[in-house]
Design a protein around this ligand. Sequence first.
Ligand code: GDP
Ligand code: ZN
Length: 296
Amino acid sequence: MAEKLETGRIVRSLSGFYDVVLPDGTLTCKARGILRKQGLSPLTGDMAVVTRQGEKGMVEQILPRKNSFVRPAVANVDALVIFAANVNPVTEPFLIDRVTAIAGNKGVESILCVNKTDLDRAEELVRVYTHAGFRVISTSAETGAGLEELRQAIQGKLTAFTGNSGVGKSSILNRLCPNLALPTGEVSEKLGRGRHTTRHVELFPLDAETFVMDTPGFSSFDTDQMDIILKENLQYAFPDFGPYLGKCQFHDCSHRKEPDCAIREAAEAGDIERTRYDSYLKLYEKAAQYKEWEHK
Ligand code: GDP
Ligand code: ZN
């Protein structure tokens, strides 16, 4: 008799064991050796085809990934939710821009969640990122404002929550899913949640189709050697540059100092936000350095 094949999402991976969510619960699985030989080690976020072997399961196959990230190691991310605040702590636009670029480079949508709006409405952040074409949601974990809008925005998706420490990611996650009871504030600092290296990647299921990954600190969604953006590709990771691409005098314009550069002119005119353009220049320098180093 052929073994029954079932398909589910890997929500956790730890020391060669994978927790796969199936309609009737979570099954802890090992992976067939052939997968590793094929260079296909299962990743958290993967859709896995599994068979049951008594109490445990076996990952037989990994369905094609729509994307994958190295750090954190996760596959099939539908959207990044970038948390920001204008008070305690203030989020630097550059941090937001760097993360949106990493996501954009992989074709992943970025949603900006401006939190702590009970303390400060962060009007400038809302204005800049709305103008840049991002979906912006204003929330307060304190009053519950905006939570329904956020819930709808992430419904049915695998999203990664990211943002600088203290902006309220855990507080919002607890609001969205009260039985998580994640530690927040000083308690979470004491547990060392800020040091992502000590934590494994885990997806929290909000319902059968909605998964959230909490990634403490902006550093975790960082430019890893594998997630690096080639300098030539950086322009495409800025969706607000889209309308101006191809309109520069030089077809290989880097949008820095070249004459008749449509991007720079748009930034000077305020049609592209100045902080976004400045972030582009900064990220370009980083990307250029990486390439030189890589070619040595
Ligand atoms: P994380 O590091 O991003 O997970 O942030 P936490 O969820 O741990 O929140 C850090 C601190 O900010 C905690 O003391 C929370 O109670 C507080 N906090 C979180 N969200 C809000 C909010 O919307 N309004 C206010 N006033 N405080 C908040
Ligand atoms: Zn240009």
